[in-house]
Design a protein around this ligand. Structure first.
Ligand code: GLN
Length: 289
């Protein structure tokens, strides 16, 4: 029998983490955490066990993947695309460059649903991307059912993999659609975190270099970034039960305008702040006439 011989090297992980952290310090606000995440992922060592031993033997292949990851990170590739996943509430979501990386603020949408629509069971998630919102609803809201649409076939592929990975396939139906599903059914709540960055924004580099890695179709919208709110609110009543409502995530400075769009389409709306104190969500209910 031929024994496969794997080349190894002895590494001091604490020192290795420190070296990586030093290299990343101008790239990220949290270089030491990112260095640990990279090491843990590529060396396949649990993050809490990283510093258990001073020196350990590691396959050269694994060490090389760490170096490749740092190189990509230094070229602004987001950490989540490098390691291939993003934790979101109770889920570990697979992500690649076909989907937007779910943001921490977006997690709050699930709390808003629980607070303002505690009895809601049927949901429509428009522009589901990685499936973050729909799958969290499925995971956390008992007896719920969700239809999740996206115009990107490639995004839906990732969303479906995430459903399977998290055993939520029978609670979410994914549909390739331009906003609303083909069949006109009614839902308790429509939720959406649509693309909302003004497509004519010329000062994007101010936002971040990293968003250039994300799908443009998930980020930019016409009409000062308001296009999708207008489209959705215009048609929403056909897809909502009488006491149903909508929850949107909105961009910085857009809450007031989205509230106005809702009001002019016969909804009563208000905005909510995210944990950073920014008006980030708009909740709309049908006006009772
Ligand atoms: N709804 C998804 C999310 O919240 C995708 C959003 C998008 O691609 N604009 O992450």
């Amino acid at each position: 029998m031929i024994k496969e011989f794997k080349k190894k090297r002895t590494v001091n992980l604490k020192q290795f983490a420190k070296d990586i952290s030093d290299q990343l310090k101008n790239k990220t606000d949290n270089p030491s955490l990112e260095s640990k995440i990279i090491l843990s992922h590529f060396l396949e060592i649990d993050i809490k066990d990283l510093y258990l031993f001073d020196n350990i033997e590691i396959d050269i292949d694994k060490i090389n993947s760490v170096y490749e990851a740092i190189e990509l990170r230094l070229k602004d590739k987001p950490l989540e695309y490098i390691i291939g996943y993003k934790p979101f509430r109770f889920l570990k979501l697979k992500v690649n460059e076909d989907v937007l990386i779910p943001r921490n603020e977006t997690e709050e949408i699930i709390d808003i649903i629980k607070r303002f629509f505690p009895r809601a069971k049927t949901f429509l998630d428009i522009g589901t991307g990685s499936g973050a919102i729909a799958l969290s609803i499925a995971r956390e809201i008992e007896n719920s059912f969700c239809v999740a649409t996206d115009i990107s076939e490639r995004a839906l592929k990732i969303a479906k993999e995430n459903a399977k990975e998290n055993n939520l396939e029978n609670k979410v139906v994914f549909e390739l659609a331009d906003l609303f599903p083909l069949e006109k059914e009614k839902f308790d709540v429509i939720v959406s975190n649509p693309p909302y960055i003004d497509i004519n924004n010329t000062r994007l580099s101010v936002i971040s270099e990293e968003i250039y890695f994300e799908p443009k179709i998930a980020l930019f919208a016409e009409n000062k970034g308001l296009y999708f709110y207008e489209k959705i609110l215009f048609k929403a009543k056909d897809y909502l039960f009488l006491d149903g409502g909508l929850i949107f995530e909105v961009g910085f400075n857009q809450a007031k305008e989205v509230v106005e769009i809702g009001e002019s389409n016969n909804f009563s709306c208000f905005s909510l702040k995210d944990l950073n104190g920014i008006d980030r969500f708009v909740v709309c209910r049908r006006k009772m006439i």
